[in-house]
Write a protein that binds this ligand. Structure first.
Ligand code: PGA
Length: 251
């Protein structure tokens, strides 16, 4: 049995006070879960505060990105070790907004995955095709390439600290969700890719999240799919009520 993960990517939203209010609200509303993991991804400046508020709760905390470098003269960058020192235990790598607006290649994403793991962070690696790629029938090729290159050089043990997120670009922040069928099709394929790269057990144990306009109204249909093990939520994770409703999906 794979434990489902509901993760909230706050992106570049909130200030210190509203970040703390959101974290407090989520902690008090979602204290009782034993059978699902909840992870919050606030902006860097709020990590210590949010990690502190979540410390004695079921909620985990992570960074939205990390530097591919270990330390040194990299102005504006934040290292994996710095994130660990705030009490956070996760990072996202390869989010499409990083790939597109900051020109992150598969090689950079792979470096980030490796840096995170060697610092002791768990990683959510994001993959996903854009609308043009889907329309010309290249979605499978794109997610396979991003997955193989993003996880290059990892062994089975390392994969115990990795989660995949399938986020079709045409569904992010657009209000257009992939249908549960469309998502399931890619998730099943990704599990096959992992089995080919590693082995059966690694593929079976891997959590594969769906991301892209996940809302309280569509989470149940997505979670009913065999290979969808959770959600990476953007917009709907910024509010206690809507994110709690998603966390409370029905099994
Ligand atoms: P969205 O973002 O839920 O606002 O579409 C998802 C994501 O980018 O992780």
């Amino acid at each position: 049995m794979r434990t489902p993960i509901i993760a909230g990517n706050w992106k570049m939203n909130k200030d210190m006070q509203s970040a703390k209010e959101l974290a407090r609200g989520l902690v008090s509303k979602n204290a009782r879960f034993r059978d699902r993991e909840i992870i919050l991804f606030p902006p860097y400046p709020f990590l210590p505060a949010v990690a502190g508020l979540c410390q004695d709760s079921r909620l985990e905390v992570g960074a939205q990105d990390i530097s591919e470098h270990e330390a040194g003269a990299f102005t504006g960058e934040v290292s994996a070790e710095m994130v660990v020192s705030t009490g956070a235990t996760w990072t996202i790598a390869g989010h499409s907004e990083r790939r597109n607006y900051h020109l992150e290649t598969d090689e950079i994403v792979n470096n980030k995955v490796k840096r995170a793991l060697s610092a002791g962070l768990n990683v959510i690696l994001c993959v996903g095709e854009n609308l043009r790629e889907r329309e010309r029938g290249a979605a499978f090729d794109v997610v396979q390439r991003q997955t193989e290159r993003g996880l290059a050089g990892l062994d089975q043990d390392a994969m115990g600290h990795v989660v995949l997120a399938y986020e079709p670009l045409w569904a992010i922040g657009t209000g257009k969700t992939a249908t549960p069928r469309q998502a399931q099709e890619i998730h099943e394929f990704l599990r096959w890719v992992i089995q080919r790269m590693f082995d059966n057990a690694t593929a079976e144990d891997l959590r594969i999240l769906y991301g892209g306009s996940v809302k309280p109204g569509n989470i149940n249909g997505l979670m009913a799919q065999k290979d969808i093990d959770g959600a990476l939520v953007g917009g709907a994770s910024l509010d206690v009520e809507s994110f709690s409703a998603i966390i409370n999906f029905e099994v």
